[in-house]
Ligand binder design. Structure first.
Ligand code: ATP
Ligand code: MG
Length: 295
């Protein structure tokens, strides 16, 4: 029996255990710097406050911004799990309130070069995550790169963060257009939930969503809805300077209250096991289907 066959057998055993799948929420945006990482971290904390086990997966191999935000520097990243024999527990660091954090690091850029055995191994290992988390938040990098689209197109729940600047709206549209044109994106399987960040009023958030939905409904075939807004709040930058997430540093600030509401709204949505697209391992397996290391 070769290595790949052994792994396949082990995976079959895992599947038989019939674990509950974690809910995966992928946070993305057309334009960079609109608040994805801030929202990922603070939503994670709110979910945790509401009794959920949460892991944030940083799929942005560029800047290590979540690490700075939560003040926890991981020793190892996804590449160490794939290539250096590290265990899942070695690459998870605990942030504030014990939310878990995994850095994709250089593992993200090397994903496309993995062999079949490596992909199988990764998928096998990631299944363990289902025991450790009720919700996995994937924070993607900025812009419309292939890596970002890979993650987004395989996610059933997508949070699209936009700000009121005209460029953010056009960039959001460009991201949705790129997503819509991908063969591996199934609009009946995925819901895009828009978060309007850094708005000065509720109306400004509504307007942002309306502007975007007019063009999206006219030209694209995607399933989009409005989740809500987060106001522009100077406490956000003050929290960043203290290297503390705003919901911990300033829980009564307007932005924190809004994030709390968004988290409750997300938790109120019932997600069936079916809608979870079989969890994180299946998501990665799908990413490699038909590719070099495809399984
Ligand atoms: N509601 C808000 N009010 C004020 N400042 C905000 C708000 N949301 C985010 N910011 C600030 O905007 C900056 C960018 O935020 P963040 O790093 O979360 O964005 P990002 O989308 O993850 O960026 P990147 O694309 O570089 O990963 C940070 O300095 C953050 O403090
Ligand atoms: Mg970021």
């Amino acid at each position: 029996m070769d290595q790949a066959e052994k792994l396949r057998d082990m995976m079959k055993m895992q599947t038989k255990e019939k674990k509950l799948q974690a809910r995966i929420i992928t946070v993305t945006s057309g334009k960079g710097g609109v608040g994805k990482s801030s929202i990922s971290v603070n939503l994670a904390l709110e979910f945790k406050k509401q009794g959920k086990k949460v892991i944030i997966f940083d799929a942005d191999f560029g800047l290590a911004n979540i690490e700075v935000m939560i003040g926890a520097i991981p020793k190892y990243n996804l590449a160490d799990l794939i290539y250096k024999g590290k265990e899942l527990k070695d690459i998870i660091v605990n942030g504030p309130m014990d939310i878990g954090f995994i850095s994709g690091g250089s593992g993200i850029s090397s994903l496309s070069n993995m062999s079949k055995d490596q992909v199988l191994y990764l998928v096998y290992k990631l299944r363990e995550l289902e025991n450790l988390a009720d919700i996995i938040i994937i924070d993607t990098g900025a812009g419309i790169s292939d890596t970002v689209l890979e993650f987004v197109s395989k996610s059933s729940e997508i949070l699209l963060v936009a700000t009121p600047e005209p460029t953010s709206i056009t960039d959001s549209y460009a991201l949705l257009k790129a997503l819509n044109s991908r063969k591996d994106f199934d609009n009946t399987d995925s819901v895009i939930k828009v978060v309007a960040n850094r708005v000065v009023s509720r109306d400004e958030g509504d307007n942002l969503y309306n502007k975007l939905s007019v063009v999206v409904n006219k030209f694209l075939d995607v399933n989009m809805e409005y989740l809500g807004m987060i106001p522009v709040d100077t406490n956000m930058s003050m929290a960043v300077m203290q290297q503390k997430p705003i919901t911990l540093a300033y829980p009564n600030s307007q932005a924190s209250k809004s994030i709390e509401q968004l988290a409750s709204k997300l938790l109120d949505i019932e997600i069936s096991e079916d809608e979870k697209k079989n969890g994180i391992a299946a998501m990665f397996a799908k990413m490699f289907k038909g590719k070099k290391g495809g399984v």
